[in-house]
Structures are given as structure tokens and as C-alpha cells.
Design a protein around this ligand. Structure first.
Ligand SMILES: Cc1ncc(COP(=O)(O)O)c(C=O)c1O
Length: 464
């Protein structure tokens, strides 16, 4: 196995890929030719807003039905494994809460979110060094996904630029596309976003007359790259953002899932004025409640509350009260620590299986979170290979789902969060069978095998 040194390309070759098409589409009034094929039977074809043309199906969602079949080992979805939650005790407590406080739980609530919950999240954020926040600084959202939508809604006009890591969280790409935002990638490596590349990217965009609205970053246990922004880089990124008056949107759903219980100082803990912080209960408790939270400087926070009101009126009272019931009655820190142990074991299992069955691939072993970002040999194409993998009863997400510009064919995301360790090993064995066959086929054309050997020997990683 060779350790990947660079997940998105050589730092010496900064490449800013962008979704210029998104901005162009913003101006377009006619649907494009390719879309006409898709929508030709739709009586509303021609009536949609330009932003609807920019919406794209998530490759993960598209896989969901097939990957959920019991005979398929799914290394595709990012679903947390919930079997360790105390379902019975929790259900009894929630039933009681719904009787005792039914008039609140079944009612509309505040657009900013339940004050009790806004108070409760302070203790969670303190674990990552955020200690200066008051309940009034917090806004509750319907999951972090909705939080990304709200922030983009209030900050971005069509054609504005968001700088992001590459590869990028697919759900954020979906939001940015739907708001006709240009996503420009800055370089990342095994220590996360590279400050020099971030600054170069801002400068290039400003020189091109663009408005750079924010940096979107997932600093801890990145989805899908698995990397964590080094502690040394964090103040540098913030300094650059301040220098160019670029807001930082810190999306942190995995920060408490470090396998050894380690945490990293949140960017928000170092800068209260230029960071919008997002976190979620989805991975540390469960996603079914759809509850997350945002901490923002006062001006932005006020706009977020208005955006929440316009979009959903208020976050669901019942979900919020379910979360507070859980936090107030259970040892949630112990629960998170149990999750960490389980995910660590699954990650170790996947790493060992990859070493054994796919030694010619490369990856960074993550220190937390849910994902391994696997580099496959040149000459293989993760997107084209997927139907063959599903036929062999293993599913993954092709790397192309995490870029807007068609990159990613030489990568795939493997999730170790949901399948049990024996399933993980079986899944990697099946994947190796598929990849070995692909390599044999490609060898007939004289490219893939040679590339795999060269790749394995050099221990290097190349850009997709
Ligand atoms: C980086 C990142 N941000 C946001 C989300 C969305 O989380 P939520 O369930 O809170 O909407 C996810 C979910 O996988 C994620 O990986």
C-alpha cells in the first residue's frame, strides 16, 4: 500500500476548477439540449426557473435503492450505525415528554429554535474549544444540509464564488448548484486545505472580477476525503480569510468522532467574527430528528432567522424536544465514545482489508469520521466500473459525485460507518475481484496494469 500524499493534485500545480456553467445557466432562459431529452415528456418543460436546471441528482441517492438490497454490501451511504442507541428507554421518555409537554411539542415554535436546545448545544461546542457563545448566537436548522442552504441563500447571488475543498461534500455541491453559485476548488492534501492555494484562489477570483462570498470547509474527518485540517493551518486559513474579507463556513458534523477521543480546536473558537459554524446531531446521536445548529455573528444570525422563517417557519418542536430529552437524560458523552470505538474498529477493518486485497490502491487512513477516499489505478474509471461492482454485490460512491467538473474518475468513497466488520471485509474482497478483472481487461489495451505498477511502486498520487 502506498500512502496518498495529495488528495486533489500537486500543490505545485494549483488548479482552480469552477462551475462557470452554473453562472452561465443563471442567465439562460432556454433549457439546454441535453435537458430537453430528459424532460421532453414533462408538460412543464420550459417553465422551470434556471436554478432548477442546475439541480442535479446526488449519485449517492441514485444508488440508494440498489445499495440497500440485503445481498449487496454497501460501502456507499454515509448512514450512522444506530443499533447502540437505547431505543426502548428513549421511546418511553419521549412518550412521557409528549404527554407532559404536548402543548409545546405539537405546536409551532420560535424560528430561531427552542431556547432549551440552544442552551444545550453550548456544552457540546465547548468540547471543541468554543466557549464564548450565548444561546442567542445559535440558530437551529433542519439538519446541517438545511443550514448550508440557509447560509448560501442569504450570502450568494447567482455567479458569486464559493471556495471549497476538492473533493467536496456532495450535499453542499447540490446547494451551491441550485443557487447558481460558482464553486472554485482550492488545493488540499493530507493536512486539509492548503493555505497558499486558498490565498492564490481568492486572488485569482478577485482579479477576474468575481465576488468571493465564502470558504466552505469541512475541517474534521472530511467527507469524502477523510482528512483533517492540521492545527497549524487553522489560524493561517483564518488570517487569509480576514485579509480578503471572505467569510468562513465551518461545517463540522464529525468533529467529536475522532477515533482516539481527540478533538481539534474549531475555527470558530479562534475567530468569532468571520466564521459561521455548523454542527449537527445526525452523526453524534441520529439523523432522523433532522436537527442541527448554526453559530453566526449577529448580523448574519439575524438574516439566518429570517431565512429560516421564510423557508420553514420554525424548526420542528417535537424533534428539538426529543433531542433535549435525550441530552438531559442520557450519558451522551459516553454514547459518543461508544460510537467512536465502533467506527474505529470498522475503519481498522477496512484499512486491513484494503492492504490485503487492494494493495495497488492508495489512501490516507482517517483518524476519525466515516470515510476512506480510495485512489484507484490510472486506467480504471470508478464511475464506469460501478455497474460491474453492483453486479458483484458491492456498492461504493464513484469519485465523480464529489466534483462538479467531471473529475474524480480515479477515486471512490468507501464508507465504513454502517456495515459490520465482517461485511466490510467481504465488501472489499468483492471490490478487489471487480478491480482485478477490470485491470486484466484494461491490460489488454496496455495501460491500466502498467499504471497500477508504476503507481504502487512510486507511492504517488495523481490528479483525476
Ligand atoms: C460534511 C457534511 N455536512 C452536512 C451533512 C448533512 O448533515 P445533516 O444530516 O445534519 O443534514 C453531512 C451528511 O452526511 C455531511 O457529511
Amino acid at each position: 500500500m502506498s500512502e496518498s500524499k495529495n488528495i486533489s493534485g500537486s500543490p505545485s500545480e494549483p488548479k482552480a476548477t469552477s462551475t462557470k456553467a452554473a453562472a452561465a445557466d443563471a442567465k439562460a432562459t432556454e433549457p439546454k439540449a441535453t435537458e430537453s431529452k430528459v424532460f421532453k415528456n414533462d408538460p412543464w418543460y420550459g417553465s422551470y426557473a434556471a436554478r432548477a436546471d442546475n439541480m442535479r441528482a446526488s449519485e449517492i441517492r441514485a444508488l440508494f435503492a440498489t445499495a440497500s438490497r440485503p445481498d449487496v454490501v454497501s460501502l456507499a451511504g454515509g448512514m450512522p450505525y444506530l443499533d447502540y442507541l437505547p431505543f426502548k428507554e428513549l421511546s418511553e421518555l419521549i412518550a412521557k415528554m409528549l404527554v407532559d409537554k404536548g402543548d409545546v411539542a405539537w405546536q409551532y415554535g420560535s424560528a430561531q429554535g427552542d431556547p432549551h436546545l440552544r442552551e444545550d448545544v453550548l456544552q457540546i461546542m465547548a468540547l471543541e474549544g468554543i466557549k464564548d457563545v450565548q444561546p442567542d448566537d445559535v440558530v437551529i436548522s433542519n439538519g446541517s444540509q438545511n443550514a448550508i442552504d440557509l447560509v448560501t441563500r442569504i450570502m450568494c447571488d447567482p455567479g458569486d464564488v464559493v471556495i471549497a475543498e476538492a473533493p467536496n461534500y456532495v450535499g453542499a455541491l447540490g446547494v451551491f448548484s441550485s443557487f447558481q453559485v460558482e464553486v472554485v476548488n482550492a488545493q488540499t492534501d493530507e493536512d486539509g486545505l492548503i493555505p497558499e492555494s486558498f490565498e492564490e484562489t481568492i486572488k485569482a477570483q478577485l482579479a477576474a472580477g468575481k465576488k468571493v462570498k465564502f470558504l466552505y470547509t469541512v475541517p474534521n474527518f472530511h467527507n469524502p476525503a477523510g482528512v483533517t485540517m492540521s492545527v497549524e493551518r487553522r489560524p493561517k486559513i483564518l488570517e487569509i480569510a480576514r485579509k480578503y474579507h471572505v467569510l468562513v463556513v465551518e461545517d463540522n458534523p464529525y468533529g467529536l468522532l475522532g477515533f482516539d477521543g481527540q478533538t481539534y480546536p474549531a475555527l470558530r473558537s479562534m475567530d468569532a467574527e468571520n466564521v459561521v459554524y455548523l454542527s449537527s446531531f445526525s452523526k453524534i446521536i441520529a439523523p432522523g430528528m433532522r436537527i442541527a445548529w448554526i453559530v453566526a455573528p449577529p448580523g448574519i444570525r439575524k438574516k439566518l432567522v429570517l431565512a429560516n422563517e421564510a423557508s420553514i417557519l420554525c424548526p420542528p418542536a417535537m424533534s428539538q424536544m426529543t433531542i433535549t430529552t435525550y441530552l438531559d437524560n442520557f450519558d451522551w458523552k459516553n454514547q459518543i465514545s461508544q460510537y467512536r470505538g465502533m467506527y474505529k474498529e470498522r475503519c481498522d477493518t477496512m484499512d486491513a482489508a484494503l492492504k490485503k486485497y487492494l494493495p495497488y490502491c492508495s489512501w490516507n487512513k482517517p483518524k476519525g469520521g466515516f470515510y476512506i477516499w480510495l485512489k484507484i489505478p490510472e486506467g480504471l474509471n470508478s464511475k464506469e466500473m460501478l455497474p460491474r461492482a453492483i453486479t458483484a454485490k458491492v456498492a461504493y460512491v464513484a469519485g465523480t459525485g464529489f466534483y462538479l467538473d467531471g473529475s474524480g474518475t480515479h477515486h471512490m468513497r468507501l464508507s465504513f460507518c454502517y456495515p459490520t466488520p465482517d461485511k466490510i471485509t467481504l465488501g472489499i474482497q468483492r471490490l478487489a475481484g471487480v478491480m482485478n478483472n477490470e485491470l486484466k481487461t484494461a491490460e489488454l489495451f496496455g495501460t491500466a496494469k502498467a499504471d497500477a505498477d508504476a503507481h504502487s511502486a512510486a507511492g504517488t498520487d495523481k490528479k483525476d
